[in-house]
Design a protein around this ligand. Structure first.
Ligand SMILES: Nc1ncnc2c1ncn2[C@@H]1O[C@H](COP(=O)(O)OP(=O)(O)O)[C@@H](O)[C@H]1O
Ligand SMILES: [Mg+2]
Length: 359
């Protein structure tokens, strides 16, 4: 697995120039509001994803009056016993990335070089947001465990785009010409997503039970078309409506994974703190699954913003212990360093952020 041995960042929001040497284990990024904690996490995220988690565009990320935001990471690769350098420079409209001395052209290559499991300050939003957010959550997990994922996903997207274009132009023959590839890739993607959902949910439930949290959670995978039909049947049943509307109304592009508690939507049944614990358990579950299925070769680095928000002291301690006992590198943003007694036994290092500098 890969972990960050050093992090140098320049002109990222309030941070002008900073360098830290994190440990493998828990790294606490502490400081008052506006100090730059989230910006530190954002810079690591930029290196692994090529963008920010706050906005789709890079403008606000680049420090006022600076030309570009830069981050350089030294990654310790345990499998190869060597250090590799990952550098990303993001100007307002362009991006340059280098990994191990080579130019990197695709974002997916960044994600392979530095797998990241990001938990926002309000991860419970996952439960109440649109299906697309939950699909992306699942697909990111799939990306790391199923090497065919990108190819299958691209095939679904391509045939869907072509099919939709034909629908808009009212060309029925062209529409059905794309059906076979859409159905094949769509079924493939659906099978993968169902497997990953079951695995992740199962692990998450065991993590919750280990924490003594009996939240009565369950999940329902919605594949994007009626259960009793094949995808091909669903497409042909729906053809005239699709022709009228000009887009494909059934298929894996409509899939969702709904999370339930006591037979209602988890978002409506559980308290916000309980929801947060549930979503954190899902994230831990994904990380465990990725580690298991890769025989420990891949274990995403956790970035966790404002972990303490909405968690009581006991739950916070449970999450920190769960992270500390795993073979994983974690960056946790917190206003105050963890209370004495919570992390003494864990591998941990505290960094203090103040007005854009790190101590
Ligand atoms: N492009 C920018 N240039 C300079 N400062 C910025 C920029 N974007 C945001 N900031 C400032 O950066 C500060 C850091 O915020 P943030 O990292 O979110 O702090 P924290 O997470 O510690 O509360 C905020 O005070 C904000 O006004
Ligand atoms: Mg913050």
């Amino acid at each position: 697995m890969v972990w960050i041995a050093s992090l140098a960042l320049k002109d990222i929001r309030v941070m002008a120039d900073a360098e830290i040497e994190p440990i493998k284990g828990l790294n606490f990024i502490c400081g008052p509001n506006g100090a730059g904690k989230t910006s530190v996490l954002e810079s690591i995220y930029l290196a692994g994803r090529g963008r920010s988690f706050r906005h789709p565009d890079a403008g606000p990320l680049v420090r006022r009056d600076a030309h570009s935001a830069r981050v350089v990471l030294k990654l310790w690769d345990e499998n190869g016993d060597r250090v590799r350098v990952l550098g990303v420079e993001r100007a307002r409209s362009e991006m340059r990335c280098r990994f191990d001395g080579r130019e990197v052209a695709k974002r997916s290559q960044l994600a392979e070089a530095l797998p990241i499991q990001f938990i926002s300050s309000q991860p419970q939003l996952l439960l109440g947001m649109g299906p697309d957010v939950r699909r992306r959550f699942l697909d990111l997990a799939l990306f790391h465990v199923e090497h065919r994922f990108l190819a299958v996903y691209s095939r679904v997207q391509k045939s869907l785009r072509q099919r939709n274009a034909a629908l808009k132009q009212g060309q029925a023959e062209q529409v059905s010409a794309w059906d076979q590839s859409f159905v094949e890739a769509g079924n493939d993607l659906t099978t993968m997503r169902k497997q990953v959902s079951a695995d992740v949910f199962d692990r998450a439930q065991r993590i919750l039970l280990g924490w003594g949290l009996d939240l009565g959670v369950a999940y329902r995978y919605r594949q994007g078309w009626r259960k009793e039909m094949t995808l091909a049947e669903a497409l042909s049943t729906r053809l005239s409506e699709d022709m009228e509307r000009g887009f494909t109304g059934v298929g894996p592009q409509r899939a969702d994974i709904e999370f339930l508690s006591d037979n209602g939507l988890a978002e409506k049944r559980l308290s916000r703190g309980q929801q947060k614990m549930f979503v954190i358990a899902l994230n831990l579950a994904i990380s465990d699954m990725v580690a298991d299925l890769s025989n420990g070769v891949c274990r995403p680095v956790f970035l966790i913003d404002d972990l303490a928000a909405e968690l009581d002291g006991q739950n916070l301690a449970k999450v920190l212990a769960a992270l500390g006992e795993r073979d994983v590198q974690v960056f946790v943003a917190l206003i105050d360093p963890p209370a004495p007694g919570t992390v003494e036994i864990l591998p941990a290092k505290v960094f203090h952020v103040e007005h854009g500098t790190i101590k």
